[in-house]
Design a protein around this ligand. Structure first.
Ligand SMILES: NC(=O)c1ccc[n+]([C@@H]2O[C@H](COP(=O)([O-])OP(=O)(O)OC[C@H]3O[C@@H](n4cnc5c(N)ncnc54)[C@H](OP(=O)(O)O)[C@@H]3O)[C@@H](O)[C@H]2O)c1
Length: 364
């Protein structure tokens, strides 16, 4: 029998190269901790998704981000400011906006960051914001329609709209239309609309757009408003197809923000929440597709798309229903008091090139 074949000797050999007793335990624990960390790191990388890493800057470009005192909007604004934008922060709460503005200036060293009041639940506030902006700037390079509320108790806006439809869709609808001339003046320019995959659950309820007859806060009103965001994106991109103003929308992922503020969980859920949080994106990661659509040079002529994780995704038939998009556009115009849209392209008299008719806003 050779040395190696002797079981006792084999045991001794193993003992020589292995730790025993407490050391063995410590090493095993450290090993499994490292494995757990590695798995956690990989999960987080997966959950966070891709980051926009192209170094292109937007020095001097005029940008508006709505609802950017917190969450996804704040991170979007921060990065655009870091890249040199002349940034208009359009927020409903001036004090919260100011705190975020000072933080952005401190972190980016860009002093061209302005605090402007915009309450999307009031059409007169939207008009005032647009008026002031137009008095200050002759062009608008990037408009990020980010602000939103989710699953709120049923409440009406100042103009009597159900508030999720009013803020998420109608407020932004009016704002974008009022700023179209400035966007066209800056062409190539971009409109970025923050929608949500929650649109999948929604439908446009023609008979009860404001959920007067029945109200479901998430599967009804919120999802409807996010579907409206996509139909709006597609319709506007069609209207603007010859203008070099692009319009795209996105789902940011499931992101750890204040969006759930109207739906607090019982305190006993805190531990479960901590575990679930591992699978939820940071606001910075949630901002990446907004940044991609705002910044990527390769998207200069790309319009009408729905994006997630910086990739274009196909949408369900209800989100590309052209008839419904047209109906919603007409209805939205009536509701916000825009008399005439630029829906119909007209021919120039001197030559046969198509020109888009301007938006005409009517004061009610
Ligand atoms: N978080 C997610 O998982 C997720 C998923 C899909 C889509 N989204 C979309 O992402 C967008 C940003 O949401 P978030 O997650 O960053 O939520 P958030 O942290 O709650 O931020 C929402 C922002 O919108 C602002 N806002 C709300 N009502 C407004 C109004 N009437 N006028 C002007 N601004 C108003 C808020 O201002 P105040 O702070 O003053 O209230 C806040 O700045 C929303 O459109 C949301 O639907 C988020």
């Amino acid at each position: 029998m050779t040395d190696v074949e002797n079981p006792q000797q084999i045991q001794d050999e193993i003992k020589k190269i292995c730790f025993e007793g407490a050391w063995a335990w410590i090493i095993e624990i450290v090993f499994w901790c490292l494995v757990a960390c590695l798995i956690m790191y990989l999960i987080r990388r997966l959950v966070e998704g891709p980051f926009y890493r192209k170094p292109n800057r937007v020095d001097g470009k005029v940008v508006i981000v709505t609802g950017c005192n917190t969450g996804i909007g704040k991170e979007t604004a921060m990065e655009l400011a870091r890249r040199g934008a002349r940034l208009y922060m359009a927020c409903r709460d001036a004090a919260r906006c100011e705190a975020a503005r000072l933080e952005i200036i401190e972190k980016t060293q860009n002093t061209n960051v302005f605090n402007r009041t915009l309450d999307l639940s009031s059409l007169s506030s939207v008009r005032q914001f647009a008026e002031r902006f137009k008095a200050e700037e002759q062009k608008l390079d990037i408009l990020v329609n980010n602000a939103g509320v989710m699953a709120t108790p049923r409440k009406l806006t100042a103009d009597g709209f159900e508030q999720q439809m009013g803020i998420n869709h109608l407020g932004h609808f009016l704002l974008t239309n009022l700023l179209l001339d400035r966007l066209k003046a800056a062409a190539p320019s971009r409109v970025v609309v923050v929608s949500s995959a929650a649109y999948i659950f929604g439908s446009i309820n023609k008979q009860d757009l404001m959920s007067e007859k029945s109200y479901s806060k998430f599967f009804g009103a919120y999802s409807q408003s996010k579907l409206a965001n996509i139909l709006f994106t597609r319709k506007l991109s069609e209207i603007l197809k010859d203008s070099k103003v692009t319009v795209n929308c996105l789902h940011p992922g499931i992101v750890r923000t204040e969006l759930m503020r109207y739906n607090s969980c019982p305190k006993t859920w805190n531990v479960i929440k901590r575990v679930i949080d591992i699978f939820i994106r940071s606001p910075k990661a949630g901002a990446q597709t907004s940044l991609f659509l705002s910044l990527d040079p390769k998207l200069e002529c790309v319009s009408g798309g729905f994006y997630y994780n910086m990739l274009r995704f196909p949408v369900l038939p209800k989100a590309k229903d052209a008839e419904m998009a047209e109906w919603l556009w007409q209805e939205s115009e009536k509701l916000v008091g825009l008399k005439q849209s630029m829906a119909a392209p007209v021919k120039k008299e001197e030559n046969s090139e198509m020109e888009t008719v301007k938006v005409v806003a009517r004061e009610d």
